[in-house]
Design a protein around this ligand. Structure first.
Ligand code: AMP
Ligand code: TRP
Length: 325
């Protein structure tokens, strides 16, 4: 498989990003796959709050986080999007085979546009740039969380329309969903875990331990203790997390206690916290080591060089096909 995925440098990597996407990125790094992972800083510019110095810093921080999670520059290409300006050129060309109607139907755009006063054009064009990211490397598989499925469907439509107009060239990229395609907020389990709703709505991988415990401890549950009672969304979300970090026997034991109406949520939270910290510990330690080593800039530069070689070749072919060369 030829794998591509991207993530925005918006500050912190949280459990939704990790279990929804990045863990798959790491696991897909096998000899049969060709993996390309991208820190999408052009996309981050669509966020009105993005400040220049912070963007520069966040790219490096995110690269460190990704390396700590297990992205291996020997087996994958890791790079920053804007170091390969071919992304924007392909974006323009693909925009000319994208349906305006399709763009107006993107739920992420509608949601974001609704929440703010000034809606920039980049926000509207965001999914075209995302399609360009993927197609520029002729990727056929894209590991993402559930919230990206509509964008991927659009990328396939764009590929199809390009191929129809200019001859078969781009593969139609398929999503790869992980075990937790939609992790919910612990403070409000009706919304997905996300940075957009404020710090109580996500758990960062590198947050202080006390802060993680506070967020787990105060997670929304329900009144509980009725045998056979259906799980509320908050409790179900805690079980989803427990399944990701604890052995199957432990999860089973808690499930039975819940079914019997004997589960104390305090025990569930304490156990979840313990296994979660165990799962995060190696990542957090590696993060500190990588920070001290200070090789991240070189890793990104080498990644950009490799990515650019592919991008130039594919874009050259595209330019010729559409009649620009
Ligand atoms: P973003 O931080 O929006 O750039 O997202 C990076 C990746 O994490 C994307 O593949 C998202 O689909 C995934 N992701 C973000 N939030 C969640 C969540 N709450 N549950 C599962 N996956 C998520
Ligand atoms: N839109 C994605 C997100 O917010 C990030 C992204 C940009 C992406 N380009 C991509 C994901 C290409 C997969 C493939 O999560």
């Amino acid at each position: 498989m030829r794998i591509f995925s991207g993530i925005q440098p918006t500050g912190v990597l949280h459990l939704g990003n990790y279990f929804g996407a990045v863990k798959q990125w790491v696991e897909l790094q096998t000899p049969e796959n060709f993996c390309i992972y991208c820190i999408v800083d052009y996309h981050a510019l669509t966020n009105e709050d993005t400040v220049p110095e912070v963007l520069r810093k966040n790219r490096v921080e995110l690269a460190l986080d990704l390396l700590a999670c297990g992205i291996d520059p020997e087996r994958s290409i890791l790079f920053v999007q804007s170091a390969v300006p071919e992304h924007t050129e392909l974006c323009w060309i693909l925009g000319c085979v994208t349906s305006f109607g399709d763009l107006t139907r993107m739920t992420q755009f509608k949601q974001k546009a609704k929440d703010q006063e000034f809606v920039n054009g980049g926000l509207f064009y965001y999914p075209v740039l995302q399609a360009a990211d993927i197609l520029l490397y002729l990727a056929d598989h894209v590991p993402v969380g559930e919230d990206q499925l509509q964008h991927l469907e659009l990328a396939r439509r764009i590929a199809r329309r390009f191929n129809w107009r200019f001859g078969e060239f781009f593969p139609e990229p398929e999503p790869i969903l992980g075990k937790a395609p939609r992790l919910m907020s612990l403070a409000d389990p009706s919304r997905k875990m996300s940075k957009s709703y404020g710090p109580d709505h996500y758990i960062g991988l590198m947050e202080p331990e006390e802060e993680i415990w506070r967020k787990v401890r105060t997670a929304v549950t329900d009144m509980g203790l009725t045998p056979g009672q259906e799980m509320s969304p908050g409790v179900a979300n805690l079980f989803t997390l427990l399944e990701l970090v604890a052995p199957a026997e432990v999860v089973e034991e808690f499930r039975q206690a819940h079914a019997a109406g004997k589960l104390l949520y305090k025990d569930l939270k304490e156990t979840l916290f313990r296994y979660l910290m165990e799962a995060l510990r190696p990542i957090r330690e590696r993060r500190r080591e990588l920070e001290e080593k200070g090789e991240v800039e070189e890793i990104l530069a080498a990644g950009a060089e490799k990515a650019r070689r592919i991008a130039r070749e594919v874009l050259g072919e595209v330019r010729a096909r559409v009649g620009l060369d």
